[in-house]
Design a protein. Structure first.
Ligand SMILES: [Zn+2]
Length: 117
């Protein structure tokens, strides 16, 4: 039922109440390893980054202030390097990203995210 998303999440809110649980679930699903595809510089082959991951990120971000899709298919574990890289790129491209960067910063200053350094 698509309505429940609107019912449960206020527009633009970065936290949903189940996020911490979802985050743990995704990390476990992905074996706490970064799922980003990278090119191996020696072989030229594609492989997963596979560094220890402590971040969970949206594969496709919602646009125009819509709530992000927090379903497992849209989430992947990332190492801190790839997560920073993705966040930097996402915040680089439009006016709304300026606002989003502030949101992301306040999101990551949340005490829940200070446990993993
Ligand atoms: Zn990585």
């Amino acid at each position: 039922m698509p309505e429940s998303r609107w019912f449960n999440s206020s527009r633009g809110a970065r936290f949903n109440p189940g996020w911490e649980r979802t985050r743990k679930m995704i990390l476990e699903r992905d074996s706490h390893r970064c799922q980003r595809w990278v090119t191996d510089w020696r072989t030229g082959g594609r492989r997963k980054c596979w560094l220890p991951a402590n971040e969970v990120d949206h594969i496709h971000r919602a646009e125009n202030g819509e709530p992000d899709d927090d379903s497992p298919e849209n989430l992947e574990a990332l190492c801190s390097y790839h997560h920073k890289q993705k966040t930097a790129r996402e915040s680089g491209d439009a006016r709304i990203k300026k606002r989003r960067r502030r949101e992301v910063e306040s999101w990551y200053s949340h005490p829940a995210y200070r446990t993993s350094a």
